[in-house]
Each structure stands twice: as structure tokens, then as C-alpha cells.
Design a protein around this ligand. Structure first.
Ligand code: GUN
Length: 294
């Protein structure tokens, strides 16, 4: 069994991005600039956004954080998005989800200009991904493909089973793995809460990607000997063993599944760190105008 060290790979990629930024600046180019919109003060969202801002500093990007009270109206939030769409200095921006109940998330996602949508959530980017056009790809699935690539995990003709059909992870993940590409070309099965005979399907997976958000759902009896298991889950559960009083749990029962695998990601330190790095990569692409020509 080989551990897929996302944390280590993410650190390497950050250095690569930082080097590229140095070269851009040395040639008189513009420093990439990412903005993040944070509404309210949800603890987890705040942690994520702070990590994104910190990563910008690490790779040499400029970053702007726009904070709004959770009472902001949808109209005012749309105005702020319009401002970011029209700010020539900002290459890309994200609106941290979830948003308060009175705001329509679909409306907000669709208000972001596709060429600045470094989260890859806009229907134009999702549609472009589906038909194989250059697009911003949702950060977690893009990070997973990068891990498979860097660990040279065979994907050609393999059976990839994705658990979970969210718009942010499961759906784009299944599209990416089925893509006609050197690091994909999988036969893909997308499973969800209504899937029948789930275990029979997961047991056929050469690559099993768990993105359900149910701690320790995937057990040893669901996994084929020699499979690659990618765990996207990061659920906070109460724990007496840590100082903070909680710990992160993946969707996979790591201790019993790991011995059967050829490769497996840990939680934490597996997929998580790759998500932010993919956002940095998308921002770099946006700055360079490589997805939508500037
Ligand atoms: N909330 C949970 N994950 C994400 C993400 O990748 N991007 C944004 N904007 N919000 C999120």
C-alpha cells in the first residue's frame, strides 16, 4: 500500500506556481489577483477562506477579501459581484458557499463572469468541461486528477467508481475521469444515495472516489484488492483525543481499507490540500488568459 501524500504534492505545486509568478513579474507582467467573497461568519467557511488568502501570499498572488454581514440582500451581493466582474485588476474570484438561506446560490453562481469563475461553478464552465473545451474545473476534482497524474496511477480503460453526485465534486469528477485524455479514459460509474447493490459496484472499482460526506462509510468489504481509493470526505467529528475537541474524518474507514489498496489518500493531508492548490492554478490560468483568451 502506498500513501498518496497530497500535502507534500500540494507544497511542491505551490513552489512551482511561486516560481512561475516570479518569472511573470520579472518579464514585466501582472501579478495574479484572486478575490474571495465571504458572507456571514460560518466557522468552516472562514477557515477555508483564510487558507485561500494565506495560499495567495505563499505563491505571490495579490488577494482581496470582501466580507459582508449575513443580512446582505441578494441585490447588494449581485452588485458586489458585478463590481468584481468589471474590476480589471482582478483575474478571478470566488464566492464562498454556503450562502445564507435568503440568497439564491444558483443566481449568485451564474452572476460570476465565466472568465473569472476560478471555482468552475458557472454553467458555462461546467458545459465547456462536458464537451471537452478549455474551462475552469472545480478545484477538488482537478486536484484529484493531479494526484493520479503525479503518482502515475494507471487510469486508461480502468473502472472508476465515484460515490456522490454533488455539482462541486461527484459530477465534475465523473466527467473528468471519462474524458478522452492520457490521465483519464476511464469507464465511469457514478453512484449516489439511490444506487442499488452499491457494494457490488464499488467492489469492481479499480479507482474508488468517495465524496459522500458520510464519515467512514466505505468499509473493507466494499473495496477490491489492489484498488486505488481517493477519500474526499472531511467531516468534523467530536473527539476526546484532540485539544480542539474535534477531528476530521474521511468517508473511508482508513485502517481497515488501507491494507487492501495499492494507493490510498489519508484524511487529513490527502485531497484537502490539493483543492486550494487547484484554485491557485486556476487563478494563474485566469491571469495568463489561458482558458478564455484575453
Ligand atoms: N464551499 C465548499 N467548497 C467550496 C469551494 O470549493 N468553493 C466555494 N466557493 N465554496 C465552497
Amino acid at each position: 500500500m502506498k500513501l498518496i501524500e497530497g500535502k507534500k504534492i500540494a507544497a511542491e505545486i505551490k513552489l512551482e506556481i511561486a516560481e512561475e509568478v516570479k518569472q511573470i513579474i520579472a518579464k514585466g507582467g501582472k501579478r495574479p489577483h484572486l478575490a474571495a467573497v465571504l458572507v456571514g461568519n460560518d466557522g468552516a467557511s472562514e477557515t477555508y477562506v483564510n487558507s485561500k488568502v494565506k495560499s495567495c501570499e505563499e505563491v505571490g498572488f495579490k488577494s482581496t477579501l470582501l466580507r459582508f454581514d449575513n443580512t446582505i440582500s441578494e441585490a447588494d451581493l449581485l452588485k458586489a459581484i458585478d463590481g468584481l466582474n468589471n474590476d480589471a485588476d482582478i483575474d478571478g474570484f470566488i464566492v464562498q458557499l454556503p450562502l445564507p438561506k435568503h440568497i439564491d446560490e444558483d443566481k449568485i453562481t451564474q452572476a460570476v463572469a465565466p472568465e473569472k469563475d476560478v471555482d468552475g461553478f458557472h454553467p458555462i464552465n461546467v458545459g465547456r468541461l462536458v464537451i471537452g473545451l478549455p474551462s475552469f474545473v472545480s478545484a477538488t476534482p482537478a486536484g484529484i486528477v493531479e494526484l493520479l497524474k503525479r503518482y502515475k496511477i494507471p487510469t486508461q480503460g480502468k473502472h472508476c467508481v465515484v460515490l456522490g453526485r454533488s455539482n462541486i465534486v461527484g459530477k465534475p469528477m465523473s466527467i473528468l475521469m471519462a474524458q478522452k485524455s492520457e490521465y483519464a479514459n476511464c469507464t465511469v460509474t457514478l453512484c449516489h444515495s439511490r444506487t442499488e447493490n452499491l457494494k457490488e459496484i464499488t467492489k469492481q472499482a479499480d479507482i474508488l472516489i468517495a465524496a459522500l460526506g458520510i464519515p467512514e462509510y466505505v468499509t473493507e468489504d466494499m473495496v477490491k484488492e489492489g484498488a486505488t481509493v481517493i477519500d474526499v470526505g472531511i467531516t468534523r467529528v467530536k473527539s476526546d483525543l484532540t485539544k480542539s475537541g474535534w477531528k476530521l474524518k474521511g468517508d473511508v474507514k482508513f485502517d481497515e481499507v488501507a491494507p487492501k489498496c495499492s494507493f490510498i489518500t489519508p484524511v487529513p493531508g490527502g485531497v484537502g490540500p490539493m483543492t486550494i492548490v487547484s484554485l491557485m492554478k486556476n487563478t494563474l490560468l485566469a491571469g495568463k488568459g489561458e482558458v478564455y483568451k484575453k
